[in-house]
Design a protein around this ligand. Structure first.
Ligand code: PGA
Length: 256
């Protein structure tokens, strides 16, 4: 049986007014219907303040909700931070950790690692982003260093729950994507590093996504790569219709 593909929509700091949120939900009402989810798991990650309303709205539509970041403690004197426990108790099931837009603000692999452990502890599924800007040789080296340190405190059992997203920084929001061969090579490389650190037997249980300028126009080539388990979508997820169209294309490809 084919593995289900995963599509994650990262809405980032958008839909920034209540009326924009309302419009998005209205558009989603028409755009999403259950039959497009037969072979695809869809996760949508809005701003934290919208988590509860998105959970309530999208549960009818088989779309699960995630946050875009969390803190590594679950409660206490941490002004302005978001507890993973709160995210979970609002009904969200996933959390993106280590997105390059957070790393640009100074987030380190060590922090990503702590956030990942706490998210797993409260029952959230971490979506760990890895990627690097620069030459290809540097990229793979940076990715392996990152993965090594992020996974330091993760057990083999927990490892299977984590989703990884390979996101070359230059591809994010730029309209440019690596060639499908390059995506394939790096995704396999990530699997190899994880296999070396843990065991090669678990490699097939781990999901690795690609992210960066994914659209309905380029999705078919990307997602038909056997080792690419899905995609992380930014810009396109802001238009409910185009996002749903992307999901539909994947679903139809898997039906064949
Ligand atoms: P993009 O964003 O699809 O707009 O390139 C991807 C991401 O930031 O994860």
């Amino acid at each position: 049986m084919q593995k289900r593909k995963i599509v994650i929509g990262n809405l980032k700091m958008n839909l920034e007014t209540v009326s924009m949120r309302k419009q998005y939900l209205k558009d989603s009402e028409n755009a999403f219907n259950k039959e497009i989810f037969e072979n695809v798991n869809v996760v949508l990650c809005p701003q934290n303040l919208y988590l509860e309303s998105f959970v309530n709205f999208f549960k009818e539509k088989n779309v699960v909700i995630g946050a875009q970041d969390c803190f590594w403690e679950t409660y206490g004197a941490h002004t302005g931070e978001i507890s993973p426990k709160t995210i979970k108790s609002l009904g969200a099931e996933y959390v993106i950790i280590g997105h390059s837009e957070r790393r640009t603000l100074g987030e380190t692999d060590e922090e990503v690692s702590k956030k990942c452990s706490t998210a797993l502890r409260v029952g959230l599924i971490p979506i760990i982003c890895v990627g690097y800007i620069g030459q290809k040789e540097d990229e793979t080296l940076a990715i392996s260093d990152s993965i090594e340190s992020i996974l330091n405190n993760v057990s083999q059992e927990d490892l299977k729950k984590i989703i990884f997203a390979y996101e070359p920084v230059w591809a994010i929001g730029s309209g440019k994507t690596p060639s499908v061969d390059d995506i394939h090579t790096v995704v396999l490389y990530i699997k190899k590093i994880i296999g070396k650190k843990f065991s090669s037997e678990i490699i097939d249980d781990i999901s690795i996504l690609y992210g960066g300028s994914v659209s309905p126009e380029n999705i078919s080539n990307i997602v038909t790569q056997a080792h690419v388990d899905g995609v992380l979508i930014g810009g396109v997820s802001l238009q409910a219709e185009r996002f749903a169209k992307t999901v539909k294309i994947i679903n139809n490809l898997l039906k064949k």
